[in-house]
Write a protein that binds this ligand. Structure first.
Ligand SMILES: Cc1cc2nc3c(=O)[nH]c(=O)nc-3n(C[C@H](O)[C@H](O)[C@H](O)COP(=O)(O)O)c2cc1C
Length: 203
């Protein structure tokens, strides 16, 4: 039976979630204004932006079949997206298009081995649940999960390119540390992470 946690702690639902992007200017206009470098001042992600980028990444675009925005081998849909923000870590529930609270603490520093992850606007973590890949051969499971995560990451790249956000997909992760921080189970394997933020002055 599908897990249906009762508490939803981050308001990502929006009436325009199928609209491709909240434009960069809309993001900036909703903040206090640009800083000296022309970047928005607040390290804060708008619910509408988060909503749109998660839907673009791995949302459901064919509700009749539960079809997703990114392909997956055998349609296993084994990747879960964890959104790690300053205010907490959440798991994206694509079917209900909502974020479910995982940890109400700032875990950003645990999402990678590079300094910028600790202060990034958002770190997405792509977690494969090997239970959903039980038919895969042992020697192909990791490759297929990595490829499936890469497809999602690329959707996020396209979203970011269209909305004025900067992004980098990351393999430099202390997986043991992040597994512990997120409270993942033994069948969950971290494939990749992806950092999103506003472009720096050099961009
Ligand atoms: C599978 C994969 C893993 C990557 N891991 C990292 C990483 O851990 N840290 C990082 O800074 N960049 C990482 N990158 C980003 C590449 O270094 C980057 O895409 C490349 O240097 C080109 O830069 P650009 O994407 O900004 O054009 C990774 C890219 C891929 C495809």
């Amino acid at each position: 039976m599908e897990e249906r946690p009762e508490h939803v702690h981050h308001p990502i639902e929006s009436s325009n979630r199928r609209r491709p992007i909240a434009s960069a200017s809309a993001v900036a206009a909703s903040h206090a204004g640009p800083d000296a470098h022309g970047s928005p001042q607040h390290a804060h992600v708008l619910p509408d932006t988060l909503s749109a980028l998660l839907w673009a990444g791995f949302g459901i675009n064919r509700p009749d079949k539960g079809g997703r925005m990114a392909p997956s081998a055998h349609n296993w849909q084994e990747i879960d997206i964890y959104a790690v923000l300053a205010e907490g870590a959440y798991r994206y529930d694509a079917r209900a298009h909502r974020l479910l609270l995982v940890k109400a603490e700032d875990l950003r520093q645990h999402t990678g081995t590079q300094n910028f992850v600790a202060t990034a606007l958002v770190n997405l973590v792509y977690v494969a649940d090997f239970v959903r890949m039980s038919e895969a051969q042992d020697d192909e499971r990791g490759f297929l999960a990595g490829a499936d995560a890469g497809c999602i990451a690329q959707n996020i790249y396209l979203y970011c390119a269209g909305s004025g956000l900067a992004t980098v997909v990351r393999g430099l992760i202390d997986r043991r540390r992040l597994t512990h921080a997120l409270g993942l189970t033994a069948t969950q394997c971290i494939a990749l992470a992806q950092t999103l933020g506003y472009p720096g002055p050099e961009a």
